[in-house]
Structure formats: structure tokens, C-alpha cells
Design a protein around this ligand. Structure first.
Ligand code: UT7
Length: 328
């Protein structure tokens, strides 16, 4: 959108992340389950994942990630007037976990709410926050993806429990007016959902059905197939929106569900695997936290630099999927 000051964009001022203390290797899981390090690595690329201990919650991880992002951005929590937190594993059914984070950070009075789009949650949260910043409803946002999926896993189902982990990632997003064509900020976002597939990846409980939290269930092979198709399509849409090709993009920061999905998506786009940020080996699938965790890792190790073009993408339960192109 434009206003009297020029083009308004939502700019990432800083990133942060947080992981539970305990890291669990495939070998450790193989002592409790009929699985092996070899099967998990070959099928998924996962070698270890972090699992929340007692006292580590979605809100505590989210707050730690938010604090790290605020420090990286060099801004005070008091300047935040919007918190959008993506999670499928809130501390409680209500209130929104975003309000708990708001209280912990002490930045009261602004807007705070949760977004439920499972693994695409961070992309949805980023899209919503970007719209609110560009419309003038808020000036500076914390966008957080935070999960404790270990608490909704069936630890006797080897087909799912080895795939997921816990963690949180966050970005500080600020509305900035800048006429320059190469000004930083979110350039384009596309989000989608297709509810006809909502029983391929779901939780078998909830407040209004069973009155319980439920456990994660997934038809992995079918999800895999849809993921590659939908992600390639949405990445194409975003590139068309801005008139760019995969060659123009410096980094692809994908949802970290399975190394084979990441590789297949990059192959479909003719994109070098060297441009793909991969953290699935040590984080596993952390749902809404996976994209901001990977983004923060690549910012902190110096791969992603100011001015570069970064494509974020994710696909998950619902199905929901989306992509966003950001100039850092
Ligand atoms: O975040 C949202 C998006 N989620 C995803 O994108 C996940 C997408 N799906 C996947 O990543 C893959 O489909 C999986 C990793 C879940 C599974 O890989 P697959 O190559 O599709 O394997 P499969 O489900 O076809 O299972 C193959 C075999 C089965 O044995 P049989 O029937 O061939 O005898 C499974 O029982 O592997 C067996 N298996 C295991 N073996 C050892 C399933 N889980 C395990 C395990 N350890 N943990």
C-alpha cells in the first residue's frame, strides 16, 4: 500500500529463537521404540530434536525467542503494539498464548492474539501482521511461531513421534515508509487453505468434541505428495507477483518437515540446494516454529545478510500453505 509518505513495508528488524534444553537423538528414541537412526535419517534427514522438559512451555519458549529478537533488533519491548503468535500447542485453550507473552514482556495495551494454521502458522501470522502494519493498525510487531508438539504426540506411534520437536522463533517487524525500489521489507505473501484434506494431518481431540487435547495423527505419504505440489505452486505465485525468478532469490527458508521435501521443492524450482536453509537435522519438525527457527539460525551464522532476498514457505495441517518474499 502507499500513503502520503510513500510505500509502506513491514521490515524485519531482528530475529530470535529458543529451544528446550534437552536434545534427544534418534539413537535415544530407538531405545524405546521399534525404529532406528538409519530409518529416520534416510526417510527424513532428522538426527535429533529438542523436547520440552517440565517448566518449559510454549509461552516460555515464545517469550525467550521474542526477547532474543528484541535484543537483535535493538528495540524496547515497550515499543511493541502488536503480538501475533502462531501455535497449535497453546499453554491453555484460552487465553491466547500471545497475551501470556505480552504479560511476560510487559508491553501491555496493544493487540495480542494467536493464529492457528499449524505448520504454516508463522506464514499466516506474518501475513496478518504485515497487513495490520501496512494498514496503520499497529506500528511495531512481534511475530512468533512457538510449539511444544512433544505434548501432543503419541509416543507409541513410531510413524509420527520421531518426526517432531519443540521450539520457538520470532521476528520484530516494523512499519517503514521508503520510496526506494530495493528498500527492505516483506514484498509479497500468498496464503492458501484446502479443508478437504483436513483429516490427513490432525489431532484426535479438542475442547468441543472430546473435551481432551488429543494426539497428532498423520497420513505421512499423502501429506508428502501434497506438500511438494502445493509449495512449488505457491512459490511460483509469489515470484510472479514480484516479477522474479528463482535465480533472483538468495535464500529459501522452508518449513523443516523432511529433508526430502526440501530437496524435491528446490529441484522443482531448479534452485541450488546450497541456497536452501536446512535445520531439520537438529530441530526436526517444530511446526509453526520451524521457519523462524531456521531464519534465525541463518541470520546468526552470517549466511543471510542485509539486502538479500529471502523466500519463506510452509505447508501443514488443514491443509494450509503459504510463502512470503522478504528483503532483509
Ligand atoms: O509438517 C506438516 C507436513 N508434514 C510432512 O510434510 C510430513 C510428510 N511425510 C513424510 O515426511 C514421510 O511420508 C514420512 C517421513 C512420514 C514417512 O516416510 P515414507 O517414506 O512415506 O514412509 P512410509 O510411511 O511409507 O513407511 C514406510 C515403512 C512402513 O513399513 P511397511 O508398511 O513398509 O512395512 C512403516 O511402518 O516404514 C515404517 N516406519 C518406520 N520404520 C522405522 C514408519 N515409521 C517408522 C519408524 N522407524 N519411525
Amino acid at each position: 500500500m502507499t500513503d502520503s509518505a510513500g510505500v509502506r513495508r513491514s521490515v524485519i528488524l531482528g530475529t530470535g529463537s529458543a529451544l528446550p534444553v534437552r536434545s534427544v537423538s534418534n539413537a535415544e528414541l530407538a531405545t524405546q521404540l521399534d525404529t532406528s537412526d538409519e530409518w529416520i535419517v534416510t526417510r527424513t534427514g532428522i538426527r535429533s530434536r529438542h523436547i520440552a522438559g517440565e517448566g518449559e512451555t510454549t509461552s516460555s519458549l515464545a517469550t525467550a525467542a521474542a526477547r532474543a529478537a528484541l535484543t537483535a533488533a535493538g528495540v524496547e519491548a515497550s515499543s511493541i503494539d502488536l503480538i501475533v503468535l502462531a501455535t497449535a500447542t497453546p499453554d491453555q485453550t484460552f487465553p491466547a498464548t500471545a497475551t501470556i507473552v505480552q504479560q511476560q514482556l510487559g508491553c501491555l495495551g496493544g493487540i495480542a492474539f494467536d493464529v492457528a494454521a499449524v505448520c504454516s502458522g508463522f506464514l499466516y501470522a506474518l501475513g496478518v501482521a504485515d497487513s495490520m502494519l501496512r494498514s496503520g493498525m499497529a506500528k511495531r510487531a512481534l511475530v512468533i511461531g512457538a510449539e511444544t508438539f512433544s505434548r501432543i504426540l503419541d509416543w507409541e506411534d513410531r510413524a509420527t513421534c520421531v518426526l517432531f520437536g519443540d521450539g520457538a522463533g520470532a521476528v520484530v517487524l516494523s512499519a517503514q515508509d521508503n520510496e526506494a525500489a530495493d528498500a527492505p521489507g516483506i514484498l509479497a505473501t500468498r496464503l492458501h487453505a484446502d479443508g478437504t484434506h483436513n483429516q490427513l494431518l490432525f489431532v484426535d481431540g479438542g475442547p468441543s468434541t472430546t473435551g481432551t487435547v488429543g494426539k497428532l495423527r498423520m497420513k505421512g505419504k499423502e501429506v508428502f505428495r501434497h506438500a511438494v505440489t502445493n509449495l512449488s505452486a505457491v512459490l511460483g505465485e509469489v515470484m510472479d507477483d514480484v516479477g522474479m525468478s528463482p535465480d533472483d532469490i538468495d535464500w529459501l527458508v522452508p518449513h523443516q518437515a523432511n529433508a526430502r521435501i526440501l530437496e524435491a521443492t528446490a529441484r522443482k524450482l531448479n534452485m541450488s540446494p546450497d541456497k536452501v536453509v536446512m535445520t531439520v537435522d537438529r530441530h526436526a519438525n517444530t511446526s509453526a516454529a520451524s521457519v523462524p527457527l531456521a531464519l534465525d539460525a541463518a541470520v546468526r551464522d552470517g549466511r543471510i545478510k542485509p539486502g538479500q532476498l529471502v523466500m519463506l514457505e510452509a505447508m501443514g495441517g488443514g491443509f494450509t500453505w503459504g510463502a512470503s518474499l522478504v528483503r532483509m
